[in-house]
Ligand binder design. Sequence first.
Ligand code: SAH
Ligand code: SF4
Ligand code: F3S
Length: 485
Amino acid sequence: MNSKVSSHYAASTACNAVRVTQEIVTGNKRKLYVESYGCQMNFADSEIVTAIMQKQGFDLTASHDQADVIFLNTCAIRDKAEQTIRRRLAQFNQIKNKKPGLIIGVLGCMAERLKTKLLEEEKVVDLVAGPDAYRDLPQLVQKVDGGHKAVNTLLSREETYADINPVRLNSNGVTAFISIMRGCNNMCSFCVVPFTRGRERSRNPQSIVQEAQTLFQQGYREVTLLGQNVDSYQWSPHTAHTEKEVIRKGAAAEMVNFAQLLAQVAQVHPDLRVRFSTSHPKDMTDDVLYTMKAYDNICKYIHLPVQSGNTRILQLMNRTYDRDWYLRRIEAIRSILGEACGVSSDMIAGFCSETETEHQDTLSLMEAVQYDFAYMFYYSERPGTLAARKYKDDVSLAVKKRRLAEIIAKQRAHSLAQHQKAIGQEYQVLIEGPSKRSKEYLQGRNSANKVVIFPEGTYQKGQYVTVRIKDCTAATLLGEVVAAA
Ligand code: SAH
Ligand code: SF4
Ligand code: F3S
């Protein structure tokens, strides 16, 4: 996988771009260049977009200079993410000045949020397509070819792109993402996702299992099941009907929940690791934890974003759990899966009206949980969200930044302490490829999602090895292979 792809398989929302670094040449006449921002779901969407465009006569280029069409698959989660994209659009604008036929399209969440505004404000944009409009891309491009601007930001209640075989981008050939659902029905007051991705819908489990089988046959050894809230995955053959109707018609037995889906994917092959992201603390059931326990190949790692350690703030955030409930979920993880299960989180510093004491509650919760890893942000007000409409964004930027720095410092210390505990331990590691630091080293991850680096020896990517840990940093474990499968 490209070095710009986060090595952590949580719903990473870092603002950095994932530029497609691979050429796909099949003799198609026109060339597409794709850049993705935001979370893994967006990245997985770019793989669907590429598949759709390839069918439509586009080869993939790794260089925007050679492109006939440039797609930016955008993120709207924080203001910073949108600023990054605006700067990038300005750069592409300059290229377009020299190459008038170039088509520039904005896809994804920022496209959905701003809709036609992007065409009006940013003269450089020719095409705008929201996350549920990708099947329409060929027609939209055609419209632009015909000299018009093109927009489709319709959200759907059904679209899951289940039948589209994604073109794997920047792939290491070992790990891949599988989208299992789209949208989000939670209304966390700070969050723009329900507006940009629409209503939650689950993808047909058969198509998910089939995708996992195909990946395994192609040599992949790890799949990450993706959704904004995977624990609320619920598929019924009668999704168009209400739940009551389904039960009355006796179809309940055919319904598939997340724990059942996990088991089905785990059964594809014992050598295929299964990960998932993201879990919502209000929905993560013991059933899921017992399923994880029952299958060795379901990785013992849970990304369980807390957002805040204070109950009043959690209420304002509309997270629908409180501090105690969250801590009880952590207890359940530890009692069912043991200490070896990795746990990570997302935290927001300086949400509306957060006091110093309430910020301290986040720090004390971190102390209680001892996360292995976390994505940490300061609050960024998003237009149209409940928080933007109801609460004042009244914590100053300086205070937000200072609180965030405290959260980051604590997490760094915890990550290092967790890693130090690993010294002397042995872990099964799936090799993903050369280490980013040195070609003489390989890297992979253990079940708990920790990055492990070790001398290359004669080992190959895609292979499972047992590594004894000898040293560590806050980000990685270093060791040597003691056994190979
Ligand atoms: N569905 C996932 C999160 C998706 S967004 C979940 O519920 O956990 C990823 C992370 O971005 C969130 O967990 C949150 O920590 C952060 N985030 C979302 N909106 C934000 C905002 N307005 N300001 C700062 N951080 C935000
Ligand atoms: Fe946003 Fe909350 Fe949905 Fe996550 S669960 S995507 S934070 S609304
Ligand atoms: Fe993902 Fe950003 Fe959209 S985090 S869902 S790409 S707003």
